[in-house]
Design a protein around this ligand. Sequence first.
Ligand code: PLP
Length: 414
Amino acid sequence: MKQHEHMPLLPIESGQGVWLTDFDGKRYLDGVSSWWVNLFGHNEPRIKSAISKQLDQLEHVMLAGFTHRPVVELSERLGKLTGLGHSFYASDGASATEIALKMSFHYWRNIGKPEKTQFLSLQNSYHGETIGALSVTDVAIFKDTYAPLLKSSVQMPTPDSRLAEQGADAQSVALRAAKELEDYVAQHHDQIAAFIVEPLVQCAAGMAMYQPLYLSRAREICNQYNIHLIADEIAVGFGRTGTLFACEQANIKPDFMCLSKGITAGYLPLSVTLTTDEIYQAFYDDSVARAFLHSHSYTGNALACSAALATLDIFEQDKVLENNRQTAQYLNQQLAAWQGMPIPHLRNQGMIWAFDVSTNNPTFQRDFYREAISRGLLLRPIGNTVYFMPPYVIKSDEIDFMLQTTKEVLAICA
Ligand SMILES: Cc1ncc(COP(=O)(O)O)c(C=O)c1O
């Protein structure tokens, strides 16, 4: 709040498409999809109408002992799309992570391996900020203060393709990181419950992108040494990386998949942890101690599920993935003209673009944000990394505005 003495909070009155409008009528292009949640723009009529229809029928009922049509339909559709037939709902990403971690640990306990309590994650990983999720997160500014409260976890070398500069290509970076994972797992697998990973893009790390090969190797290693693979697709799911789910590009099925953010296209809070029949069966028992006791009041909220169903409908009706490929092609063509600018590691995966800015400006992050906002563009650099993660409906003139404004702001701040 102290920082807002110099940069007042922006009260937003309305949204339409990629635009947010404040109370003075000034518009801002939402280049970060309101923290990576919005897919089809603000004020999308089909999602609004689905929520409003559901509102006329049933807004919410507890999922303990009860169920309802949207949650059943959503679970069935997600099961078909992911190959993971069991869904456990919550309302935010961090809770989905907590559920996956607890369920993995509890599974091993139920099958007589209570010593498997350790979790592995990647260097620079981000899985949320509740105590359990923060324990497998590896971003110092979020984690350091709370270190005494957290459960220890082990971080594996990141397959970040940017490391390729040190004399290897992106594939060999991925293979090297996978080898290090394998070496660690081979020694410690008896104590390891699961390896949690953000497939293809470590977003909060500054859009660190890596090769699908790493994921396929990780799947093989987890199979070989009998540990779970948790795919945290909270940020990358629902088309963000070019396929509906990022895991598809490595042709793998995780033991757990965490989804949130884009699941409702940015309309209502909802998350889900999907898992396999094998894991589900280990809990299916008369004994309460073997059951997965984890509850949130708004679990499987009917309005949120109806927004998620409308989101899946739009993916089918609008050929979203195909259109995104064209949008990405246009944006990449425009970016091609940026060659020669001091922006190393210009990278793209699906509907995510990022570059690192070579600058000596110690307040680059803040200055960039402020200058961009003053020109009607909402971008939030992570350190010196500038990224674009716009809603999928961004049009070419809006892309032109986003890129031209970014160029102007770089000329001032970098
Ligand atoms: C990969 C990943 N996992 C988990 C989370 C946490 O989600 P939430 O902020 O809804 O708790 C995020 C949020 O940015 C994320 O990017």
